[in-house]
Design a protein around this ligand. Structure first.
Ligand SMILES: [Zn+2]
Length: 333
């Protein structure tokens, strides 16, 4: 009989689903501040995958897609363990903001992870998560989106080690944009890679797509990716599917060259190659005059675009990708 999975305040028997909470600290009214976890502890041995949602509180796609995945799992048929974290940064999620509005010193959990036990409030939450994850995780998937200001299409930032590139490829057919990111940086994927494990940051969605069926479409798309990962690593039965090749490159953030109202070009298509100079959008002032045109800086593609029209000079208006190489060898033989 496989051993129970012990985490936070819970012990989950093999072949069952359960929940747990990570204690972060006390709230003013005496309650425990907690990070909720969903756990599927499979009947048979296998890898442990952590799926981390809402490091940024305005990005709810992780939470909903984890709920969708858990609807589809049967622990009796799973080899390995899935830990779903719907919201790593609970106060930020409650506020619908990127960070905890009450923590102005370490606002962005995805820049200071894994935090510290005796640090600022967000650092303590990050630390509680890291202590629980670091020794139990083989495969780490962090879910992000464009949040309250942007939309992001299928895109993966994979830590630069072979384990992470394989995990990125295991997300399946829609995920052929894979950009390398650093190892040892202040986010969960990077920290896992420093331990020689697999860590990826996945981008899909934004608050402009959280209305009715649109939100289901995005969440189901992500959940299908997690299931493909589980098939690839033999955690559930079935054949994994893969992109035929992977476009790898680097991001060029296009920042607003003027303040006013951002309007994306009606012809923009996501994830599609375009030549330098292709119109991406305009920024109007409030007299209706165009203050700036934003165009593709080089041959490349758009993987994200601002969805909130009000813009201040220097804010994000386009997530632009430059493709450096196309590879077909991310899955080891
Ligand atoms: Zn994010």
């Amino acid at each position: 009989m496989r051993e129970a999975f012990e985490i936070g305040n819970a012990r989950i028997d093999a072949g069952t689903m359960g929940r747990a909470a990570l204690h972060v600290g006390p709230a003013a009214d005496g309650r425990s501040r907690e990070i909720p976890l969903l756990i599927c502890h499979g009947a048979k041995d296998g890898p442990v995958v952590w799926i981390n949602g809402a490091t940024h509180g305005d990005e709810p796609e992780g939470a909903f897609s984890i709920f969708r995945l858990f609807d589809a799992l049967d622990a009796a048929q799973v080899s390995g363990t899935v830990v779903g974290v719907p919201a790593m940064n609970v106060p930020a999620f409650e506020a619908g903001k990127r960070g905890d509005p009450l923590d102005s010193f370490t606002y962005d959990m995805n820049r200071m992870y894994p935090g510290r036990a005796d640090g600022y409030p967000t650092e303590r939450a990050a630390w509680a998560h890291w202590v629980a994850m670091k020794d139990t995780c083989d495969l780490q998937i962090a879910i992000h989106s464009g949040g309250e200001h942007s939309f992001l299409a299928h895109m993966i930032f994979a830590s630069d080690n072979p384990q992470s590139l394989e995990l990125a490829a295991a997300m399946g057919e829609p995920w052929d944009l894979v950009f390398r990111s650093g190892v040892g940086g202040g986010n969960p994927a990077s920290q896992m890679a420093e331990l020689g494990k697999a860590g990826i940051t996945v981008e899909l969605g934004g608050n402009c797509r959280t209305l009715t069926s649109d939100f289901h479409t995005v969440a189901d798309d992500l959940a299908a990716g997690y299931l493909n990962v589980m098939r690839h690593y033999g955690m559930v039965s079935g054949e994994a599917a893969y992109a035929p090749e992977w476009r790898m490159g680097h991001q060029q953030a296009l920042l607003a060259p003027a303040s006013g109202m951002w309007v994306g070009d009606a012809g923009v298509t996501f994830e599609t190659a375009m030549p330098a100079g292709t119109p991406l959008g305009k920024i109007y002032d409030l007299y209706g005059d165009v203050r700036a045109d934003v165009v593709a800086p080089e041959d490349g593609l758009v993987f994200g675009l601002r969805s909130r029209p009000a813009v201040i000079e220097g804010e994000w208006c386009c997530f632009y990708g430059i493709i450096d190489e196309v590879r077909n060898d991310l899955i080891p033989e």
